[in-house]
Design a protein around this ligand. Structure first.
Ligand code: NAD
Length: 410
C-alpha cells in the first residue's frame, strides 16, 4: 500500500474512533464500492499499437452519484486512485454536495501523445467504462493533465451509446454545455479558503505573501485571484522549476510568458529558483498545487510559512501534519481547500439536468457560499473537539456518510 493510501485510511480510522463508529461501519467507510481496471489499447499515429493501464475507483455512493476527476500521469496507479476516490467521498460530504466519491486515471505521459492519440485514448477508456459511469452513477471531471477538451471527448463517446448526455461529465467547454466559472473554480476556492483562514486571524489577502507550487489549472487560477485581490505572489513553479520576485510577480505577464514558452522558468520578471528552494521561501501562505506527497517530515521542518492551504490532493504526510502542528503552522486540508472544483462541477451537473445556464456571477457567489459554510463547519468542530482542521473535516464528512449509509441500510 502506498503512503498516500495508508494516510487516507489512517485519517478515516482516526475520525471514526473519535466519532465512536463501530468496526463494521468503519470498514465500510474505508472499503471502495467498486474498483474498475482496464487495459486500453490504441493505435498510435505511426501505426503501432500501445496499451495503457486505466482505473476508475468508485468509493462510496450513499449520498448520491459518485463524482471525481480523471488524471493522466505516468505515476498513476491503483493505490493512488483509491486514495483520491476516498478523499472525494469526504470532500463532497463535507461541502453538502449530493454526491459520493470516485476517481480515475490513466497511466500515461500525455506529453508523449499527439492530440489525435489523446482523443483515441480518452474515447477508448470511455467505451470501456461506459456501463459504470453516467449522470446518476458516476460523473468524471478534469484533474492533473486533463481538461475541457478531454471532457468533451468523453461526452461525445458516451453520447454515441446513450444519446445526447452532457451531464455524464463536468468541466466541459462552456460553449459545449460546460459551466461558467468551472475552469477557475478550484483555484478560486483555494483563495476563498485562504481568505477565511487569514480573516480568522485578523489578516487579509492584500497584506499577505504567497508561494505556489504548480502553475496548472489550480495553481494558475489561485495566483490570478490572489493577484487581483492585491495579494503578493512571491513565487510559483511548475515541473521545470520556479520563478521568484520579492516584490511580487506580475501574474498576467507570467501567464503570457508560460503560454509562449511552455513553462515559468526564465521569466524576465523574476529570478529562477528550484522547486526544492521554492518550498523554503519565507511567506505567509504556502499553497501546494501540483501533485501529492510533497511534504514529508523533513520538508515540514524546513518550510518557512505560517499557513498552508492545500490546493493539491494529499500533499502532506501524517508525520508532516504533526510537525506543522508543533510549529504552529495552520493547515487548511485538501478536502476543504480544493473543494471549489467539485462544487462548481455540481452546479454544472445541475445546469445540464435543468437544461438552463446560470450566469457567472451567480456561480461564483454560490461557490463562495458553499465553501465559507464548509470552512465554518470545520472551524467549529476543530474548536469544539480541539483537533486539527484535517481531523475536523474528516469527522464531518464521515459522520454524514455513515449516517446516510446506516439510514439506507447496509
Ligand atoms: P494541472 O495538470 O493543470 O497542473 C499541474 C501543475 O503542477 C503543472 O503546472 C505542472 O507543471 C506542475 N507540476 C507537476 N509536477 C511538479 C513538481 N514536481 N514540482 C512542481 N510543479 C509540478 O493539474 P491541476 O488540475 O492544477 O491539479 C493540481 C492538483 O490539484 C492535483 O493534486 C489535483 O488532484 C488537485 N485538484 C485539482 C482539481 C481541478 O479541478 N483541476 C480539483 C481538486 C484538486
Amino acid at each position: 500500500m502506498t503512503n498516500e493510501l495508508e494516510a487516507t485510511k489512517g485519517y478515516i480510522k482516526k475520525a471514526s474512533k473519535i466519532l465512536g463508529l463501530n468496526e463494521r461501519i468503519e470498514k465500510m467507510m474505508i472499503t471502495p464500492y467498486r474498483v474498475f481496471r482496464a487495459e486500453v489499447s490504441i493505435e498510435l499515429d505511426n501505426g503501432n499499437v500501445r496499451t495503457f493501464s486505466a482505473y476508475r475507483v468508485q468509493h462510496n455512493k450513499s449520498l448520491g452519484p459518485m463524482k471525481g476527476g480523471l488524471r493522466f500521469h505516468p505515476e498513476v496507479d491503483l493505490d493512488e486512485v483509491e486514495s483520491l476516490a476516498s478523499l472525494m467521498t469526504w470532500k463532497t460530504a463535507l461541502c453538502h454536495l449530493p454526491f459520493g466519491g470516485a476517481k480515475g486515471g490513466i497511466c500515461c505521459d500525455p506529453k508523449e501523445l499527439s492530440t489525435n492519440e489523446l482523443e483515441r485514448l480518452s474515447k477508448a477508456f470511455t467505451e470501456r467504462m461506459k456501463e459504470i459511469i453516467g449522470p446518476q452513477i458516476d460523473i468524471p471531471a478534469p484533474d492533473v493533465n486533463t481538461n475541457a477538451q478531454i471532457m468533451a471527448w468523453i461526452m461525445s463517446e458516451y453520447s454515441k451509446y446513450y444519446g445526447f448526455t452532457p451531464s455524464v461529465v463536468t468541466g466541459k467547454p462552456v460553449f459545449l454545455h460546460g459551466s461558467e466559472g468551472r475552469e477557475e473554480a478550484t483555484g478560486l476556492g483555494v483563495v476563498i479558503i485562504a481568505k477565511e483562514l487569514l480573516e480568522l486571524h485578523n489578516e487579509s489577502i492584500s497584506g499577505s505573501s504567497f508561494v505556489i507550487q504548480g502553475f496548472g489549472n489550480v495553481g494558475y487560477f489561485a495566483a490570478e485571484h490572489l493577484y487581483s485581490r492585491k495579494g503578493t505572489v512571491l513565487a510559483v513553479s511548475d515541473e521545470s522549476g520556479g520563478t521568484f520576485n520579492k516584490m511580487g510577480l506580475d501574474i498576467p505577464e507570467l501567464k503570457k510568458y508560460s503560454l509562449k514558452n511552455g513553462n515559468v522558468s526564465g521569466f524576465p520578471g523574476g529570478t529562477d529558483i528550484s522547486n526544492h528552494d521554492l518550498l523554503h521561501i519565507p511567506c505567509d501562505v504556502l499553497i501546494p498545487a501540483a501533485l501529492g506527497g510533497v511534504f514529508d517530515e523533513q520538508k515540514a521542518k524546513d518550510v518557512q510559512c505560517r499557513y498552508i492551504v492545500e490546493g493539491a490532493n494529499g500533499p502532506s504526510s501524517p508525520a508532516a501534519d504533526e510537525i506543522f502542528h508543533s510549529r504552529n503552522i495552520l493547515v487548511a486540508p485538501d478536502i476543504l481547500a480544493n473543494a471549489g472544483g467539485v462544487t462548481v462541477s455540481y452546479f454544472e451537473w445541475v445546469q445540464n439536468i435543468q437544461q438552463f445556464s446560470w450566469d457567472r456571477e451567480k456561480i461564483l457567489q454560490q461557490e463562495e457560499l458553499y465553501l465559507t459554510r464548509a470552512f465554518e463547519r470545520v472551524h467549529k468542530v476543530s474548536k469544539s473537539k480541539n483537533c486539527l482542521m484535517r481531523e475536523a473535516a474528516f469527522m464531518i464528512g464521515l459522520e454524514r456518510v455513515a449516517k446516510a449509509q446506516l439510514t439506507l441500510g447496509l
